[in-house]
Write a protein that binds this ligand. Sequence first.
Ligand code: ZN
Ligand code: ZN
Length: 191
Amino acid sequence: MSNAKNRDVIDEAVKFLRDYYHAEGRDIQSAHAHAAVSHYLGYKSKAALKSDPSFDPTDVDLLNYRETGIEKLVECISRMKPTPLQDVSPSHLGEVIHAGLAPACESCNHKSMDITPLGYEEREPEGWVCRDCATMYEDDYATCRYCGEDYIYRASEINERGECHEHDGESVYDEEEEDDIDSLIEYYQNH
Ligand SMILES: [Zn+2]
Ligand SMILES: [Zn+2]
């Protein structure tokens, strides 16, 4: 399908998972991959996921508001007929599914294991970028000194003091505090 909006993120995650493990020499059956992705999203089966009217498989941002987890995944994999999925670490498998469900990086156009939504836990982020691109394109992406390295912003969202909108002015306040402490120390030293 050419229209990005109509892409089914479940199908993309299944393909990503199978390609990922295929590159490691592990061949995962399509049905097992579908079951794993469904369970990661909290469904009992692929059929349960498909028949849930509240689930929109074309929403590329669904990871930002849907509950995900590997608990159900672990259960379902142990019940499968022998599959290489039983030999991989469940937490790593969760990361692979997460990367597959997330959109491709807006910059390099590849799905990535370290894909990150822009902004601070937005339900509908402005975009998704991989860590490599965020590091490489300093003019386009930046982090807030208070939010930390885990959150990536568009460079235009970060002011010259290295703060996001939420933390705008925080460092000025810190400096004032420091000045206050400095003058207090000075006061005591002189008296
Ligand atoms: Zn990238
Ligand atoms: Zn911040």
